[in-house]
Design a protein. Structure first.
Length: 546
């Protein structure tokens, strides 16, 4: 595999991850004022649980289709068959419109029974309020899948810049609408803070429409070029709509099954949360705080490392698909190792930083109304930081399994994961509280990772020796992060609640920045950035001197 190819994979993965990262960062930052507009832990709980259901149904709805579209487009474009790639685009858009409409109707129809299951009669909350929040979020299930089909097409063309920009634009539109609309409703028209929940979940529809308009405008210019290439191609397409639909379903159905069971982790957590916490004898206030942190605050923080999953999956799928089409096993194995190594290099320290800086992060981003709740919220983040790491690695592994024709293995392992998670969740909550819930996720996800890596190794004959060497350095680098962070805390950069949000943010940025720099310097000594990121300062300086 040429260095240019390696760089293109790295560049595509980083560009894709950067787009998702900045979109998640925007979501993280707008949560600071939005959390205040929501006004209470109950409204935060409504918003968090609604987003959990919406994201789960959306994941199932669009699971596999963007990857299937990208895989097919990459395959046909690599053969010079632009005519068929346009046909894939047309058919996939129609499929996603139909599927999105069905999912929207299903959420509206089942909103009442879902609300009755999720809201405890003994706790704080109202079934009708939560039900309307679910209805308001349902419309996005129609628009977002259409958007994902367009993104999948450009992902297949390996145009990751437009793919990433579209995600950032969507999140900007989302943040702008939710803050403006909810602020006007609550502060200008003096409506109940519950309206912030409604506007918050409806904003996803507005954001999707905005991103769709942008992609359609870009589409007009880009499609002229693709159509010209289709006219000039020597081979004439003989692929029918039936064949394309069949290929789309063959690739996407395993992804859909994986999403249906794999993303059920958050749904299972939400389903058992209130009743399990009550069974553990937490007070009504503690149940509300714990549930709101797990369904809202934790989701936002965990999304920081988890951006690597879809980011790297999006970038590596077209490359693996092209290599598989050419029967280039050597390139496939190198692509897989390179992707896994880079994900571990970034994901492990980021997830570990969630553990180390849990309390400063809670103080900075999610200041609660009661200071006494901060240690509890921080402890939840620490426990679930390990879950965030596994949830970052697993999507990449599943995508690789499916792209390398090990779909049955992926579905089987996800099924095992779901059974373990469902079996352990309530009992873990009842006897051990929220730490038990985190451990149940770790056991389930960890089992999937081990089984998948074993199967991948056996079938593809991958040698993980060098990955293991890198992993040792990465783990040692995490100890460096911990040591530097403790020194920074002793120097006063511990983000005390009483210092105020702005001062806590400054302290967190300094302590976190110094710790991250220490990790980079440590791993740079062992050549990891040079190998994984192709970042060699000696070469860069040599070029500058020229």
């Amino acid at each position: 595999m040429s260095s240019n190819t390696k760089k293109s994979i790295i560049a595509g993965a980083l560009v894709s991850s950067a787009g998702i990262f900045f979109s998640k960062l925007i979501g993280l930052l707008y949560s600071i004022p939005f959390n205040d507009i929501l006004g209470s832990s109950v409204n935060v709980l409504y918003y968090g649980m609604t987003q959990t259901w919406y994201m789960y149904l959306l994941s199932v709805c669009q699971a596999g289709f963007p990857f299937a579209i990208a895989s097919l487009v990459a395959r046909y474009v690599s053969k010079g068959d632009y005519e068929t790639s346009l046909y894939v685009k047309k058919i996939s858009s129609r499929l996603m419109i139909s599927l999105g409409f069905v999912m929207m109707l299903l959420l509206i129809i089942f909103s009442t029974p879902i609300a009755e299951m999720m809201i405890s009669s003994e706790g704080e909350g109202n079934v009708a309020d939560f039900r309307w929040a679910l209805v308001a979020s349902s419309f996005a299930l129609f628009f977002v899948p259409i958007l994902s089909s367009l993104r999948g097409y450009y992902q297949g063309l390996k145009e990751m810049e437009i793919y990433s920009f579209s995600q950032v634009l969507e999140q900007l539109a989302n943040a702008t609408f939710v803050l403006v609309a909810s602020s006007v409703a609550v502060y200008l028209f003096c409506k109940d803070h519950l309206w912030a929940v409604y506007f918050g979940v409806f904003s996803t529809s507005v954001a999707a429409i905005t991103a769709l308009i942008h992609l359609k405008l870009y589409d007009r210019k880009r499609m002229v070029q693709i159509r010209e290439l289709a006219k000039k191609q020597e081979m004439k397409s003989s692929v029918s709509a039936k064949i394309i639909i069949k290929e789309l379903l063959i690739v996407s159905i395993p992804f859909m099954l994986v999403a249906l069971m794999g993303y059920s982790d958050s749904i299972i957590n939400t389903f058992f949360l209130s009743k399990g916490l009550e069974a553990h004898k937490y007070s009504a206030h503690e149940v509300t705080v714990i549930a709101s942190v797990i369904t809202y605050s934790l989701v936002k923080l965990s999304s920081i490392p988890m951006v690597l999953g879809p980011g790297f999956s999006s970038a590596i799928i077209p490359h693996i698909s092209s290599a598989m089409a050419e029967n280039n096993t050597k390139t496939v194995k190198k692509n897989i190792c390179e992707c896994i190594d880079l994900v571990l290099y970034i994901a492990i320290p980021v997830a570990f930083c969630l553990f180390v800086f849990a309390e400063p992060l809670i103080v900075t981003l999610y200041p609660t109304k009661v200071a006494a709740d901060i240690p509890l919220a921080a402890d939840i983040v620490r426990w679930f930081s390990f879950v965030a790491l596994l949830n970052t690695i697993l999507p990449v592994i599943n995508s690789i399994l499916i792209a390398t024709n090990m779909r049955r293995t992926s579905v089987r392992n996800i099924f095992i994961q779901t059974i373990i998670k469902f079996s352990l969740s309530f009992l873990s909550l009842k006897y051990f509280g929220y730490p038990g819930l985190a451990v149940s996720s770790m056991i389930a996800l960890g089992t999937n990772v081990v089984l998948s890596i074993y199967e991948m190794t056996k079938v593809l004959h991958i040698n993980w020796k060098y990955t293991f060497h890198k992993l040792i350095v990465i783990v040692a680098g995490c100890f460096v992060i911990w040591g530097v962070a403790q020194v920074m805390f002793m120097l006063g950069f511990d983000s005390e609640y009483e210092a105020g949000r702005m001062m806590a943010l400054i302290q967190l940025l300094v302590a976190g920045g110094v710790s991250a720099l220490a990790y980079f310097v440590f791993t740079y000594i062992f050549q990891l950035p040079q190998v994984l990121l192709k970042l060699d300062f000696n070469k860069i300086l040599a070029k500058i001197k020229r």
